[in-house]
Ligand binder design. Structure first.
Ligand code: AR6
Length: 176
């Protein structure tokens, strides 16, 4: 675990499973259909139960770089924020802008809904193939900038799945 203070807020990284977080909201790395999938998406729907998918189907989908809010179902977290990261091609197809937008739009939804504590996975770095070192730097920098201007978010926690992902974020956080 590693923590930095950004104004009134805390930015932290932990190694773990996002479905077990007790933050007000957890963020899902979804796909544009919002119909569920593998990776962190599959884990969240399995742990949270059918209410989440029911709301996702009502919402009907989500464009890349945007975010949508549902219940947390059976999770400890009251809400799930579903965001859709970019599929990584070569970094020259808007991937950095879209990935930054995922973090920003998720935090905007949190602020608008009274959500004070948020847990993020490492969006786009699994099935979507975004190189993790670049993604980590961009993710931490984007969230840091948001926290500096939004003290209503008291905690942003990155929950990294496995030692390699944690170490990539640890290295990136040293530079933030
Ligand atoms: N807790 C935290 N992180 C996790 C967990 C977990 N329980 N499980 C996996 N990760 P991915 P993407 C990490 O593939 O790249 C889905 O099918 C994982 O190790 O879940 O944005 C969607 O429906 C990796 O570091 O998301 C989309 O189709 C990170 O979460 C597509 O995958 C993201 O990996 C989205 O791909």
């Amino acid at each position: 675990m590693m923590q930095v203070h950004i104004g009134q807020s805390i930015l932290e990284i932990v190694e773990g499973d996002i479905t077990r977080q007790d933050t007000d909201a957890i963020v899902n790395a979804a796909n544009p259909s919002l119909r569920g999938g593998g990776g962190v998406d599959g884990a969240i729907h399995r742990a949270g139960g059918p209410k989440i998918l029911e709301e996702c189907l009502k919402i009907g989908g989500c464009p890349t770089g945007e975010a949508r809010l549902t219940t947390g179902g059976n999770l400890m977290a009251r809400y799930v924020i579903h965001t859709v990261g970019p599929v990584y091609k070569d970094g020259a197809h808007g991937e950095p802008q879209l990935l930054a937008s995922c973090y920003r739009e998720s935090l905007k939804l949190a602020s608008a809904n009274g959500i004070k504590t948020v847990a993020f996975p490492s969006i786009s770095t699994g099935a979507y193939g975004y190189p993790i070192n670049n993604a980590a730097r961009l993710a931490l920098q984007t969230v840091k900038e948001y926290l500096a201007e939004h003290p209503e978010i008291t905690l942003a926690r990155f929950v990294l799945f496995g030692k390699a992902a944690y170490e990539a974020y640890e290295e990136a956080l040293k530079g933030v």
